[in-house]
Ligand binder design. Structure first.
Ligand SMILES: [Zn+2]
Length: 349
């Protein structure tokens, strides 16, 4: 039964060629099949530790050109601060409390995200596709057993029409790994990757005496609530302080013209744009920055999903420049819950 389901759902996605353990014919992209299988096994080994009762997913991230950086394994998990306040399956606003394994792996990795590889036990959802594209991950491997599960039977169309579309536009190669047969089979394969977009990201100098409290009113005046933005004072890898302003943006490789004929850039429960708060936190990580004071400012109240992701990145303090909600009106409920329980410090400017 499972085998039939697997063949029925997987064959739609494959390119029709397979790399075996003895080959490395796709050069840099799959240069060490044994390593890929071992990293996938690392993810599979921990997947049952996920607290989720119905959908357990694990991911392992590594960077082959940076062997000194230890691979990092993560499962889909709730931010620790939520435990004791909510049942595992309670919603926070419109969002599940769980940070997806892929984003948890990206958030926790100690190495360079740019050019990294990600092994995942299951086909990735559209939101993870966007986060993966934004992070600079170059290649994603999916365990073939992930295609046997109920998820892909229910969400195979979303995987194909949105997750894979996002990966394709970003030039991210995606493979299926069969650990038992020691094979790596491409779904999409690219030589060049579209870099995460530097557009809709602005840096500014922090002059003496400049504080978030002083600059936010300027940005409010300049941008208002027309666009969705997030801002932080960051420190670059060499220690220089800078201001970082990030707007909501389409994933790498997309332009607004892509949506001209659709009239709507969303499909069902997923949107194509990446919200600015998640985007800022991924950008900080990708570029090797830190946020010394831990404070992030948002032009609008973030979506409930963005708030869960921010907790996953260790965010403890949020400044909102307006009570207007971003695309998700339940963000206000989620924010009220988090601040009421003192899980997130909120400042309004
Ligand atoms: Zn996901």
């Amino acid at each position: 039964m499972f085998e039939t389901l697997f063949r029925k759902h997987l064959h739609r996605f494959l390119l029709g060629k397979t790399y075996h353990g003895t080959e490395s014919s796709c050069g840099y992209i799959v240069n060490d099949i044994q390593t890929i299988i071992a990293r996938m096994q690392d993810a599979v080994d921990v997947v049952l530790t996920s607290e989720h009762q119905t959908s357990r997913v694990a991911a392992c991230i590594f960077n082959p050109v940076q062997p000194e950086a230890a691979p990092f394994v993560a499962v889909n998990s709730r931010p620790a601060c939520l435990k004791g306040h909510l049942e595992w399956d309670a919603r926070l606003g419109a969002s599940s409390q769980f940070i997806h394994a892929e984003l948890a792996a990206i958030a926790g990795f100690g190495g360079d995200l740019r050019g990294s590889h990600l092994c995942v036990t299951d086909p990735f959802c559209p939101n993870c596709a966007k986060n993966i594209a934004e992070s600079g991950v170059r290649t994603v491997y999916i365990d073939h057993k992930g295609f046997q599960k109920d998820f892909i039977a229910r969400n195979g169309d979303e995987f194909q029409s949105m997750s894979m579309l996002v990966a394709e536009r970003a030039g991210i190669s995606v493979y299926v790994v069969n650990r038992k047969e020691q094979t790596v089979t491409p779904i999409r394969e690219f030589v060049a990757q579209t870099r995460p977009s530097p557009s809709a990201i602005e840096f500014f100098d922090i002059r003496d005496g400049m504080t978030l409290e002083k600059v936010i009113p300027d940005f409010k005046t300049r941008i208002g609530t027309r666009e969705s933005w997030a801002l932080a004072f960051i420190r670059e890898a060499d220690g220089s302080p800078r201001g970082l302003l990030v707007f909501e943006a389409l994933p790498p490789g997309f332009t607004p013209a892509d949506f001209k004929t659709r009239g709507d850039s969303d499909t069902g429960k997923y949107r194509f744009p990446i919200d600015p708060l998640t985007r800022l936190l991924i950008t900080v990580k990708r570029m090797g920055f830190t946020i010394p004071d831990g404070r992030v400012a948002c032009g609008r109240v973030p979506s409930s999903r963005a708030l869960v992701n921010a907790l996953g990145f260790g965010c403890k303090s949020l400044i909102v420049a307006s009570r207007a909600c971003d695309h998700d009106p339940t963000g206000a409920d989620a924010l009220a819950f988090l601040t009421g329980k003192e899980l997130l410090k909120l400042e309004e400017i």
